[in-house]
Design a protein around this ligand. Structure first.
Ligand code: PMP
Length: 372
């Protein structure tokens, strides 16, 4: 875990690099500013005014758009942090170690990007369902891609997780950074994403403004857990009395067919529903350690049809070049804000609701849903 070896664990990840006492063959990379989080990540908080007006919402409806990040998703942050922390602990050595990771693609893209810059062989295990765009992007960055059956249970030897574990045992110097269990996944979001959201809200809505509601899709859970912790830390200091638990109501979005939501009854499938879903990057058949479900106050379930419709709406009405899971997030947000609990927030112009849009249309350019 993250204890002990670095007490300088503030928000400035560029320090992480300049302090890096790397003496390996690629030591010169520490002079490259292009690998600091600040330059890799160029994401913004934007207003969704047209969608809010059309949906009859009076609250501030905002989105953190992570499509602008170099690799096209919020996973660049965790890839960089997991690699730099593993290097600091001596678990990864440039030019010697091989990074092996099971992913739905975006963590893979982030790792391939960091790997290309720093000099790592990268092997990615990717379920068949994930887009060809992701695979080709990672191959362009020099990675080896192994496809695994979409319907393999996560704990099976055939799943992307099972295959990555086996390769890590078999390949000399193989290291699985393990985004499901690695504390640097949620920590990256707690220390960077949440801070950017809080600052952007203050800049655009005024010094006393905070996020009252956070709505995010869940895969590993690093995003929702890290941002929720970071925003709660901020809100408790700045605005402890807005009526929500530690100043923030957190809504988790889970696709129908996944089993992350609580209570368990939400995850029951309708008769005849196979539980398969096309949306990439969210939903699992196990609870990753990085998904701290105690941070989540309420869950909503979304289906492909609503998610893709919402993604198209974001692209055409708001001009945001987001991917399918951003559509899930909006679909989940509209569902929550229409519920009895969400409606009082939706009709309150003093409340601010923040959605997390995880990736870019770049991952899905050849998918039919973008033009449907
Ligand atoms: N959306 C997309 C497109 C993703 O790739 C991911 C990461 N799997 C998520 C949402 C969810 O992020 P997290 O793993 O942090 O829960």
């Amino acid at each position: 875990d993250d204890n002990g070896d670095n007490n300088n664990d503030g928000n400035d990840d560029s320090n992480d690099e300049s302090n890096d006492d790397d003496d390996g063959p690629s030591g010169g990379f520490k002079a490259l500013p292009a690998l600091s989080v600040a330059s890799l990540v160029a994401a913004a908080v934007v207003r969704l005014d047209k969608i809010a007006a059309e949906s009859g919402l009076r609250c501030n409806l905002l989105a953190k758009v992570e499509a602008f990040s170099a690799g096209g998703s919020l996973k660049d942050r965790i890839a960089l942090r997991m690699v730099l922390e593993a290097e600091r602990k001596g678990e990864l050595v440039r030019g010697r170690s091989t990074i092996i990771e099971p992913t739905s693609g975006n963590t893979g893209i982030g790792l391939c990007l960091v790997g290309a810059r720093l000099g790592y062989r990268v092997i990615i295990t990717l379920p068949e369902k994930m887009s060809l765009e992701k695979e080709r992007l990672m191959r362009a960055l020099g990675a080896e891609i192994i496809r695994t059956p979409t319907d393999a249970r996560s704990e099976s030897d055939e799943s992307n997780i099972g295959v990555a574990k086996r390769l890590t045992r078999e390949i000399d110097g193989g290291v699985m950074l393990d985004q499901y269990n690695n504390v640097n996944n949620a920590l990256a979001h707690e220390l960077s994403t949440s801070v950017e959201i809080a600052e952007d809200i203050q800049t655009s809505l005024g010094h006393d403004a905070i996020a009252d509601v956070l709505i995010a899709g869940c895969g590993t859970g690093g995003t929702i857990s890290g941002i929720a912790r970071g925003l709660r830390k901020h809100n408790v200091q700045h605005h402890p009395t807005n009526g929500f638990r530690e100043g923030l109501h957190v809504v988790g979005v889970d696709p129908v067919g996944s089993t992350l939501a609580q209570p368990e009854s939400l995850n029951q499938l309708a008769e005849g529903d196979s539980g398969a879903y096309a949306i990439e990057g969210i939903g699992y058949d196990f609870i990753p350690t990085n998904l701290d479900r105690t941070v989540v106050d309420s869950w909503v379930k979304t289906n492909d049809e609503d998610a893709f419709e919402c993604a198209r709406q974001l692209i055409r009405q708001e001009g945001l070049l987001v991917g399918g899971s951003s559509g899930s997030c909006l679909a989940g947000a509209l569902q929550f804000l229409a519920s009895p609990q969400g409606n009082s927030i939706a009709q309150d112009p003093t409340k601010t609701v923040v959605l997390i849009f995880a990736d870019s249309i770049r991952n899905y350019i050849t998918k039919d849903w973008i033009l449907s």
